[in-house]
Design a protein around this ligand. Structure first.
Ligand code: ZN
Length: 283
């Protein structure tokens, strides 16, 4: 019986004043994420992606689409819940993606997921792992995960609870959601924002960006179950991993703008089919 009632209840709740709900959500996010204003969150017009975290929080997203959009780009913040600056940065980029001129530089269908691990973000204190204690960025089904992920955790991290990969790959609703996004949205590029190492990492079959804003490329290697390993190495979708220099304080506005501009430029240079690029240039 519950099986039938719950979806009906969820649909009812969703229809009841979505604007008021979003307002409260934005107050929550603004109170949790330094540098994020509630109005900026409201302006982002987040959409319910239809998936809930372990503790039942909504996973929010926003699509911004040029027409035509030869590229699909998935932008992720807050896979690790205690990296609040990544959430603020993705919100800022949602704003920038809607500014005039963005689609002149790069025609893309952007899908932003500003906080992939809301339970970790809203935990007190916020924490890296999700509500089941799983490091989502070690929970993706890379080849030999069963053999390597647990061993890596035991030996290399000395059973660091912040890096527990989970009992099996895709054991968590948040990582399953992201995996489903890879299958349904089929991004040409994934940009995943983290902190606090102050560098740029890259996995994938093309030449990486040498820098975004003040962050310079420094490829740190791959881990069993990480998104870079899964998306970039195994699925061969380029994954740009942005490691901001501070996990709490977001970069300055000019730094966020410069990273965005550099990302557009690199994507246009490296990812657009040459024919499309030259065709556009002739117009
Ligand atoms: Zn991280």
């Amino acid at each position: 019986m519950t099986r039938y009632i719950l979806p009906i209840l969820a649909a009812l709740l969703a229809s009841l004043g979505a604007a008021a709900l979003a307002k409260d959500v934005c107050e929550d996010y603004a109170s949790r994420v330094p540098g994020l204003k509630a109005q900026q969150c409201r302006d982002a017009a987040l959409q319910d992606m239809g998936v809930r975290s372990v503790q039942g929080r909504t996973l929010w997203g926003r699509d911004v689409r040029a027409d035509p959009a030869p590229l699909r780009v998935l932008v992720l913040g807050g896979i690790h819940g205690d990296e609040m600056s990544s959430v603020a940065t993705v919100f800022r980029w949602i704003g920038l993606s809607q500014q005039p001129g963005t689609d002149a530089r790069l025609k893309a269908h952007w899908r932003f997921i500003p906080a992939l691990n809301p339970d970790g973000l809203f935990a007190k204190p916020s924490r890296r792992v999700n509500a089941n204690g799983v490091d989502l960025n070690r929970n993706f089904p890379t080849p030999n995960w069963e053999r390597d992920a647990r061993k890596y955790w035991e030996v290399r991290t000395r059973r660091d609870p912040r890096r527990w990969p989970g009992k099996r790959p895709l054991s968590e609703p948040e990582s399953r959601f992201l995996n489903d996004q890879l299958a349904s949205f089929r991004p040409n590029l994934i940009v995943s924002v983290h902190a606090p190492f102050g560098l740029l990492d890259f996995d994938g079959p093309i030449a990486p960006p040498s820098r975004l804003g003040r962050l310079y490329l420094d490829q740190v290697g791959i881990y069993p179950g990480s998104l870079g390993n899964y998306g970039g190495v195994f699925k061969r979708v380029p994954v740009v991993t942005v490691e901001l220099p501070n996990a709490v304080q977001p970069p300055t506005d000019s730094d966020m703008r410069q990273m965005w501009t550099d990302l557009l430029q690199w994507s246009a240079d490296r990812l657009l089919p040459p024919l499309v690029a030259s065709h556009d240039a002739e117009k």
